[in-house]
Design a binder for this molecule. Structure first.
Ligand code: SOE
Length: 383
């Protein structure tokens, strides 16, 4: 199946690698992704991405590319402000779509995207890849099997430090008109995906948000270099108009309660995406920085052997049939994207909607909006 990838940056690298590697891991593959066309903002950048990421063609015009008859799948790996326009055009052209997270800048912007894919009857996916980590999928399996009973509490964090330096650049991720929100939309939404995946639907939020660093050096060029590439301390500074961090309380439809913390300014935390889920019969703990491991505690273990133990994921666990045969050989960011790619093409081949899809993306955008509103009003917001 021919893929048009719109965007050749950091996420483009991850997705291109997954298209190449997916059949090497999951064989027979549900379909072979063909890296047909890559699009970037200039022809020069697109040519560079074509050579680097192994695409057959390059273009600087996404509109004509998404309409091509020979394109089956449109992959949106651009900054958040262009997701809606590209997705709606791709849906109208009858293409299956994978879109990077968050689906859109706001729930209001995400809704017409959901309407468009529903109307077109295409397969759609939003790229919350971390639930594809085998240990996370294993946690879900244990929950589905009732191994920890009814869920009573979910605690999730996503802490990074790539923007902790006040002189790191004002990338698009700090501009509301491009990103929609800050830590809430960029990384808090990954925790929301975990929360919904493991503990069920979220019905209310109470958030405390703040912007810790109100201005940053203006970034040059269009590249998303995260913490690097700014003009440094002496450079012209621009205003940050999004949140830097959030602490949010969560209420779930099933009566569980929970919390979410997100910050990109937490020195020493790199990709500290964690959850702890407590049930009436046990607990599960995960930390992406140790992503081969799931900590489990089952309350029905003998009293003298109770406590957390560590399961290293491998062939016996979710996606084990395709990934590495020995536990602890090492799951990486790339593997989560390979599994995501596998699930997308499997869904296309079987004509079923994968999860998370645009419906989940829309719901998560609504919850993120509620977190921002709650932070402004200082009160609970029902969703
Ligand atoms: C930056 O915070 C970022 O690149 C996020 O946008 C990604 O979704 C996350 O997985 C890694 O960090």
């Amino acid at each position: 199946m021919n893929v048009a990838m719109i965007g050749g940056g950091f996420m483009g690298k991850a997705h291109a690698m997954a298209y190449a590697a997916m059949p090497m891991f999951f064989w027979p593959a549900p379909a072979i992704p063909v890296r047909k066309v890559v699009v970037d903002i200039t022809q020069e950048a697109a040519d560079d991405a074509r050579v680097r990421f192994g695409f057959e063609e390059s273009s600087a015009d996404w509109r004509s590319v998404v309409e091509r008859d020979d394109i089956d799948v449109v992959d949106i790996v651009t900054p958040n402000d262009s997701h809606a326009e590209i997705a709606i055009a791709a849906a109208k052209a009858g293409k299956h779509i994978i879109c990077e997270k968050p689906l859109a800048r706001t729930g209001e912007e995400a809704k017409p995207m959901l309407d468009a894919v529903r109307e077109a009857g295409v397969i759609h996916m939003v790229a919350f890849n971390y639930r594809r980590t085998p240990a996370v999928a294993l946690a879900r399996k244990f929950i589905d099997e009732g191994r920890i009973g009814d869920i009573v509490n979910f605690r999730g964090t996503y802490l990074q430090d790539w923007s902790a330096d006040p002189d790191s650049p004002l990338s698009w991720r700090f501009q509301k008109n491009v990103a929609g929100s800050g830590a809430v939309g960029d990384i808090g939404t990954h925790v929301l995906d975990f929360a919904r995946y493991l503990a069920g639907e979220i019905t209310g939020v109470y958030a405390v948000n703040r912007t810790l660093i109100p201005s940053r050096p203006v970034a040059s060029g269009h590249l998303d270099k995260l913490g690097a590439g700014g003009g440094g301390a002496g450079a012209e500074r621009g205003a940050v108009d999004v949140d830097d961090e959030t602490i949010t309380l969560l209420r779930f439809a099933n009566g569980a309660m929970g919390s979410l913390e997100a910050s990109r300014n937490a020195y020493g935390r790199n990709n500290y995406l964690t959850f702890e889920v407590h049930g009436t019969k046990g607990s599960l703990v995960f930390n992406y920085e140790r992503r081969d491991e799931l900590q489990v505690m089952f309350a029905d273990d003998p009293a003298d052997a109770r406590g957390f133990r560590t399961i290293y994921t491998g062939a016996a666990h979710p996606y084990g049939e395709g990934l590495w045969p020995i536990p602890a050989l090492g799951i990486g960011y790339g593997e989560t994207k390979i599994v995501e790619c596998y699930d997308l093409f499997k869904a296309i081949a079987e004509n079923t909607q994968p999860s998370p899809n645009f419906e989940d993306g829309y719901r998560i955008s609504q919850i993120a909006d509620a977190m921002i509103r709650s932070g402004e009003s200082g009160s609970w917001v029902e969703i």
